[in-house]
Write a protein that binds this ligand. Sequence first.
Ligand SMILES: [Zn+2]
Length: 70
Amino acid sequence: MEICDRCEEQSKKTRNGKPHEQLVKVDEVRIFTGKKPRGFEEQDYQCMTCQSKFTQSTDKNDLAWTLWQG
Ligand SMILES: [Zn+2]
């Protein structure tokens, strides 16, 4: 499955980037409290157009938007 243009752009977004309108949340947010000084959260999304999956992370040491290519 080809990645759609919106997901192509989404993969380049920064931490403050919002999910595009065809991305829907998958599962609940995962909250990690173990890291100092603050915990971080991860949320999975899936695109209704091209079925690509993303994980959004607030971890400063991780990519904000990670694209999982299937
Ligand atoms: Zn897409």
